[in-house]
Ligand binder design. Structure first.
Ligand code: NAD
Ligand code: 2HG
Length: 389
């Protein structure tokens, strides 16, 4: 029986994947796995029982990813599962920034008398706007979301420029060849009428857009942030908008300093809030967590490498270890010394950590328990698990 703990509302379509015979949800203080959305776990006291955390979403800045790796906790996310939802909200926000639809609709509701049509035609001029067609959009971060925004903005007739120094090969293939690649971010900042940010929140991206970057932007440019609040320096962007250095700011991240300003539109973190995205994320998070708990396979992790192997032996040992030389040799010799026969083995490293799966042709629970103890005693091994087929 595996025990799971959830934070936030996780779509039932995902949780249904955990059959009641083998899983309990929110019934134990010692969970094997955690599934969450935006809950901040940075100061959370993780129970020792936790083997994995699945973030039903893209950003993992709410999980202490490195600390988890040090403690042998695998952290997963759901790459691309909510990208379409965010893309649609970005496109809607671009349109809202050039067409005062909300203002016009609110004004219509204030009309009194029988001559509504006449009043509308006489006054609608105040709500005239502009078109996106032919304007230049800069996309900073060409990952799952940025690539989709770039492609669809191009289809709307925008001239699109993208910047991403680490773009993945898969994503690069999905981006229209009409999207111009900028060599550095300043090119995007200086040339574009709209700039939308789609990078993760990391130490290197905190305050990515501050006074210096805002000063490079055009006076009639609008900045959109659907990534994370901390990526844009709030005081700097409020000053830039108020001083007329940029035309406006649209953010999916509320902050009191952004409120009550006609040139700033703030949404309540709605990027991924569609039924479709919530279901996609919950299903993907559940599938990866289940495969890890039941088979020890790792896919879509943000702190461990992808390691998958077909499970066809009586027992599988999984080892989380420090990524130091000769660990494969150490692990296999310790197993051989216990007279346990290895059927299959796979090992991958990522940064300071590595993950090894060893399928063994052994049915004795006693021998398996002994090898767990032996492996765990090694100073470079962080966590060992045995999974029975
Ligand atoms: N508003 C929301 O509800 C919502 C929903 C989903 C994701 N997000 C945020 O959007 C972020 C991006 O999501 P994604 O699914 O596109 O992630 P992703 O990992 O597919 O793409 C991120 C891209 O940013 C690039 N990047 C990293 N640092 C960069 C830099 N300094 N300059 C330019 N590019 C850089 C990476 O190379 C990568 O291609 C998430 O990390 C999350 O914080 C917000
Ligand atoms: O779960 C959500 O509502 C937001 C998720 C989003 O911020 C993400 O990073 O995927």
């Amino acid at each position: 029986m595996y025990h799971l703990k959830t934070f936030n509302a996780i779509a039932s379509e995902g949780l249904e994947r955990f059959d009641k015979a083998n899983y309990s949800i929110n019934e134990s203080d010692n969970p094997d796995g955690i599934i969450l959305r935006s809950q901040n776990l940075n100061d959370y006291d993780f129970p020792k029982s936790v083997l994995a955390v699945a973030r039903a979403g893209a950003g993992t800045n709410n999980v202490p990813v490195t600390q988890c790796a040090e403690n042998g906790i695998v952290v997963f996310n759901t790459p691309g599962a909510n990208a379409n939802a965010v893309k649609e909200l970005v496109i809607a926000s671009l349109l809202l920034s050039v067409r005062p639809m909300i203002q016009g609709a609110n004004w219509v509701q204030t009309l009194e008398g029988d001559d509504t049509e006449k009043q509308v035609e006489a006054n609608k001029k105040q709500f005239a706007g502009h078109e996106l067609y032919g304007k230049k959009l800069g996309v900073i971060g060409l990952g799952s979301i940025g690539a989709m925004v770039a492609n669809d903005a191009y289809r709307l007739g925008m001239d699109v420029m993208g910047y991403d120094p680490h773009v993945s090969v898969d994503t690069a293939w999905s981006i229209s060849r009409r999207v111009k690649r900028a060599k550095d971010m300043s090119e995007v900042l200086k040339e574009c009428d709209f700039i939308t940010i789609h990078v993760p929140l990391l130490d290197s991206t905190k305050g990515l857009i501050s006074n210096k970057e805002l000063a490079m932007m055009k006076e009639d440019a609008t900045l959109l942030n659907f990534s994370r609040g901390e990526i844009v320096d709030v005081d700097a962007v409020v000053s830039a908008v108020n001083d007329g250095n940029i035309a406006g700011y649209i953010s999916d991240f509320a902050d009191s300093r952004l409120l009550h300003n006609d040139k700033i539109l703030v949404l309540p973190h709605l990027g991924a809030s569609t039924e479709e995205a919530e279901v996609n994320c919950a299903k993907m998070a559940a599938a990866t967590l289940k495969d890890f708990l039941e088979n020890g396979n790792i896919k879509n992790s943000v702190n461990f490498p992808t390691v998958e192997m077909r499970f066809s032996s009586p027992y599988r040992l999984t080892v989380i270890n420090k990524n130091v030389p000769n660990m494969l040799g150490v692990i296999s010799s310790l197993i051989a010394a216990e007279d346990i026969n290895i059927d299959n083995m796979i090992n991958r490293g990522r940064g300071d950590f590595a993950y090894t799966i060893v399928d063994v042709n052994e049915t004795s629970d006693e021998k398996i328990n002994r090898i767990i103890d032996v492996l765990t005693e090694n100073e470079n091994i962080i966590k060992v698990r045995a999974i029975k087929d």
